[in-house]
Design a protein around this ligand. Structure first.
Ligand code: HEM
Length: 404
């Protein structure tokens, strides 16, 4: 609504004290810092609003430290020392010498404005792009199913089976799989719960769900880590890359053609990619998860960044260096972001894995279900492995009860 009195007052004020802005040919506004008494200029404010990094040395360094408080016995007593803004700036930039009654690792940091950047990223791009990634991969798999259909056993099953995974292997698989699914679901509740559940079920219901979800997430993580170790020990030897993998990849794994399946031992190149993704992403998610589970005890990033700086890598991308001094809170914020970003990537990869291990390929699920697969399926996808097993013990191939 137009307010004539306010308009008049503002106009009068501008006439009496016109702002000291200059505008260049491109329309960009500039203002000398002296005109603000050394405080931020309009330019600083505009650049910050655009999300650009500004050189904040004018504030960071203006903490009144060159002006120590005059001795109480001197002419002006304690007057004339650092002003309140000086002190708050020093607290904000972590250069004030402060003491907190709590001596926890993060208690000495009174103001941590980086927390807002973390929150904005977590509630913004992280949710948006993470959500799109998962929906995108689901859409891709649905499209793949429509175009390619189920990958069948060429000319149908043989009725003879062979043992693919021992009970201990299936236990390790389902331990990591079951715990990952629980961790994924409860992690998504933490990230999306406030925006997705509160409008649907209200705050009280969400509080109960969030609490249970956090409890499950924190405790099931141990089962996941155990599963990760078991899977690593049992299958690492079968997942060392070799020349066959290149041929397999060059032929697209035979996914797009019938009767032409590249040779493979126990695991093909596609499965090795899944295996190493699970091991590497799973380990990094576990380590950053432990850093979150034991707050401030496992700082990971300052050290990692100094290693990366030493390689000279940031310079190649036009950055001076990654920050190597950070508050304990920043360490936690980075752990949280890293944990969630990798979890999204791993969930996307696992969606594809679940698809191919269930609806996407006839006969695949049996490998982890009963542990016995049809011999024709095995020859189609893992011919060299079948040769090895039958050479060792020809009696491992058994007719199924129904097949006779
Ligand atoms: C309902 C979910 C899942 C199903 C139906 C499923 C199914 C399967 C099947 C059938 C295999 C054996 C493939 C073969 O015989 O060659 C397998 C292997 C494997 N699974 Fe799963 N899986 C599931 C979830 C997961 C999850 C959540 C993870 C890890 C977080 C995982 C990790 C692995 C790994 C590392 C292998 C060995 C490499 C490979 O075959 O790709 N699985 N899975």
């Amino acid at each position: 609504m137009f307010k004539p009195l306010r308009f008049l007052l503002v106009t009068l004020l501008l006439l009496v004290a016109p702002p000291s802005f200059a505008q260049d040919d491109t329309g960009a506004v500039s203002q000398e810092r002296e005109t603000t008494g050394g405080a931020q200029t309009l330019q600083d404010i505009l650049e910050r609003q655009r999300g650009l990094a500004i050189d904040d040395a004018f504030r960071r360094d203006a903490t009144g430290t060159e002006n120590p408080i005059p001795d109480i016995n001197s002419a002006l007593g304690t007057r004339g020392g650092p002003s309140d803004p000086d002190i708050y700036r020093a607290i904000r930039y972590n250069s004030a010498s402060v003491r907190a009654s709590n001596d926890g690792p993060a208690a000495g940091v009174f103001i941590q404005d980086g927390g807002m950047r973390w929150l904005a990223f977590r509630d913004g791009p992280m949710r948006t792009y993470g959500g799109y990634l998962l929906l995108g991969i689901l859409g891709f798999l649905a499209l793949f199913y429509v175009l390619r259909g189920r990958i069948r056993i060429d000319d149908g099953p043989s009725g003879v089976t062979i043992e693919r995974f021992k009970p201990v292997e299936r236990f390790g698989h389902w331990l990591i799989a079951g715990s990952f699914i629980l961790l994924g679901l409860t992690g998504l509740v933490s990230l999306f719960g406030r925006v997705a559940f509160i409008p649907l079920f209200g705050k009280d219901t969400f509080a109960t769900v969030a609490l249970a979800s956090k409890w499950i997430h924190n405790n099931v993580s141990w089962a996941f880590m155990l599963g990760l170790v078991l899977v690593l020990i049992m299958w690492v030897a079968h997942n060392i890359p070799n020349r066959l993998d290149l041929v397999w990849l060059a032929k697209g794994g035979g996914l797009f053609s019938k009767h032409s399946h590249p040779s493979s031992k126990k695991f093909n190149a596609g499965q090795k990619i899944i295996f190493w993704s699970v091991i590497l992403l799973g380990s990094s998610i576990s380590i950053s998860g432990l850093a979150l589970l034991f707050p401030f005890e496992i700082p990971l990033f300052a050290k990692t960044f100094s290693w990366i700086n030493a390689t000279g890598l940031p310079g190649l991308f036009g950055y001076e260096a990654l920050p190597t001094e950070m508050t304990p809170q920043e360490e936690m914020q980075l752990s949280q972001l890293w944990h969630s970003i990798l979890a999204f990537v791993m969930m996307a990869i696992i969606f594809a894995h679940i698809y191919i291990g269930s609806v996407g390929m006839e006969g695949a699920y049996d490998a982890m279900g009963s542990g016995e697969v049809d011999l024709k399926w095995a020859r189609q996808h893992h011919d060299l492995w079948v040769d090895e097993v039958l050479a060792k013990s020809p009696e491992s191939a058994k007719p199924t009860t129904e097949g006779g």
